[in-house]
Structures are given as C-alpha cells and as structure tokens.
Write a new protein. Structure first.
Length: 121
C-alpha cells in the first residue's frame, strides 16, 4: 500500500514496494462558502438556469462553489472531523473577540489610548 505524506510544505506519495516517491496532484477547490446547518432543513440553490435541492441534518456542512462549471453548485458534507475543526476555529475566534472587547473596555475605563494598550492586553 502506498503512503501519502502531507506537511506544511506540500505532499508526496511513497510506494514502499517500488521504493519510489512521486507527487500528487492538488484538486481545484473553488469553494465560495462553507455553512454549518444548526438544525435540519431543506436547501435550495438557484442561480440563472441552475436549481439544486437537498436536505441536511444538524451539523452537516453546506459547501457552495464559485465556479459555474461544476455540475453541483452546492453540496452537503457530513464529516465529524471537519465539524470539529470548524467548531475549534469558531471557539478561537470567539475567544479572540472576547479578549479584544476586554482590552477595549479596560483602555476606555483607564483613559489609555488605543495605540498604547496595557501589557495585560
């Protein structure tokens, strides 16, 4: 069995039986939006002469593509790992906004200017 190695610099395939390394072609993503279904719902995508309809469940991902050449302009994905990544990202963004809000409130309360925030901010 071949092994695909992925790191921050790229990816390569190692074929142990042939003792050979090769590259792997990246696929074009052209993703416009990724939305998270917070509850079951019916999705309708409509644009010009295209119409797609499908149902999603809570925590399904709805992917909308930029490119009009795709046969499906919007699709659903069910992936626990992708969901976990999105939730982790959302939590990090929320914490970042909370810290920014606290620092702004601190600076307002202590009359410091925005350019000189306290060391705790």
């Amino acid at each position: 069995m071949k092994t695909l190695y992925i790191n921050s610099n790229g990816a390569l395939i190692f074929d142990k039986e042939a003792d050979r390394v090769s590259s792997i072609e990246n696929k074009r993503e052209a993703i416009s939006r990724i939305m998270l279904a917070e509850e079951p719902m019916h999705i309708v995508y409509e644009d010009k002469d295209t119409r797609d309809e499908f149902d999603v469940e809570k925590d399904d991902l709805i992917i909308k593509f930029y490119d009009y050449d795709f046969p499906h302009k919007a699709i659903k994905i069910t992936s626990k790992e992708w969901l976990e990544n999105i939730r982790a990202y959302d939590e990090r963004q929320k914490k970042s906004k909370d810290v920014e809000s606290i620092c702004t409130a601190y600076c307002d309360a202590t009359s410091c200017c925005n350019e000189q925030k306290s060391e705790s901010c």
